[in-house]
Design a protein around this ligand. Structure first.
Ligand code: FES
Ligand code: FE2
Length: 359
């Protein structure tokens, strides 16, 4: 699959933003090897409960901090102590800031004994890591997913792993502008409205159409506000047979290779009563319908060749603008501001709503 530079996205191979790196329960007191952004990393949870991500290789002699089962550090349960991770090779311990805090056989600790660390937040049952090619702190906050996670009346999502795809993230984000795929891929019908709005680091898709399976009655409209806040994950407030909230995450493993997840929360009642097992069964059935709809996109991505330049026609949505918007995350923050200024605004692809003169 094609790489960031082949798409001409900018100076960095991997984008700036918040990215899903796993489910909350994957961070434990047993350090785990993970690989994202073309890098070997280690995920662990400190005794306070805080999850951490650090570079995998020890600055002392290059041992992998997690890939070990036989060192006495690991066997004696000293791999994580407090918030620190201890290297299985010579036992150097690194604190949550990455600085070496303790060497079992030396009072002298060199300044250069430091691991690179990455900001991690656990939210909505998911581990999120801030990736910044310039090594800077987050300039945007991780959103709260509509405030629905843990909200009474809503059933919390389970995470659907969708696969490791030989596709660059840009082809997944193209979906925001992709008006023409909704009928063949998602069973849309009776179109009313399709538009995109670009607002800084956010891009929205406003959608209103009928749907073959996700509406209560055949003539009902499925109304969605779908948006990306940064390059790594989609959120969508969907009004159909139930109110629901979709999250789709895509995180680069290598340049041009992407891990994808889907999740959906469903509002099963107004919050005035307790949620029952029956409610949860209904929510998970609805989530499964949404997962299957997204799996139809995934099947295309898993089998297509790279599209460096779409052969776009006027009735396609604004692919070019979505791709320009996406470039901001592959360039320095100064350049990102310029790109935002150029693409900000509303693009209406279709409007057949009653009262609209063009209808
Ligand atoms: S290689 Fe890690 S402590 Fe020596
Ligand atoms: Fe899609």
């Amino acid at each position: 699959m094609a790489t960031t530079s082949e798409y001409g996205l900018g100076e960095f191979a991997f984008a700036r933003g918040w990215f899903m790196i796993g489910e909350a329960q994957e961070a434990t007191k047993i350090p785990a090897p993970i690989r994202y952004f073309g890098k070997d990393l280690v995920l662990y949870r400190g005794e306070s409960g805080q999850p951490y991500v650090v570079d995998a290789y020890c600055p002392h002699m290059g041992a992998h901090l997690a890939r070990n089962t036989t060192s006495y550090i690991v066997r004696d349960g000293e791999h994580v102590q407090g918030e620190s991770i201890r290297c299985p090779f010579h036992g150097w311990a690194f604190g949550p800031d990455g600085q070496c805090k303790h060497i079992p056989y030396s009072d002298f600790i060199p300044k250069a004994a430091k691991l690179r660390t990455y900001p991690v937040v656990e939210k909505a049952g998911i581990l999120w890591m801030w990736h910044d090619p310039e090594g800077l702190e987050p300039d945007v906050e991780l959103p709260d997913f509509g405030g629905h996670y843990g909200e009474s009346g809503w059933v919390e999502w389970k995470i659907d792993y969708m696969g490791d795809l030989d596709v660059h993230g840009i082809e997944i984000v193209d979906n925001m502008a992709d008006f023409g795929h909704f009928i063949p891929i998602h069973g849309a019908k009776d179109w009313q409205y399709f538009a995109n709005e670009f607002k800084g680091h956010v891009v929205h898709q406003y959608y209103s159409a009928g749907h073959r399976t996700l509406t209560a009655a055949d003539e009902d409209q499925l109304v969605l506000d779908t948006w990306y806040e940064g390059p790594g994950f989609l959120q969508s407030e969907m009004a159909g047979a139930y109110d629901s909230f979709i999250m789709i995450a895509n995180t680069p493993i290598e340049d041009g290779k992407t891990r994808s997840w889907h999740a959906l929360m469903v509002k099963v009642h107004d919050g005035s009563r307790a949620t029952t097992e029956e409610d949860r069964a209904i929510a998970f059935e609805y989530q499964e319908g949404s997962r299957l709809a997204f799996a139809q996109d995934v099947e295309i991505w898993a089998n297509k060749r790279a599209c460096l330049n779409p052969l776009a026609i006027p009735n396609d949505g604004p692919y070019g603008k979505v791709r320009s918007w996406y470039k901001q995350f592959y360039n320095s923050r100064d350049k990102a501001a310029e790109i935002q200024k150029r693409v900000n605004g509303l693009v209406v692809t279709l409007d057949k709503r009653p009262g609209n003169k063009a209808a």
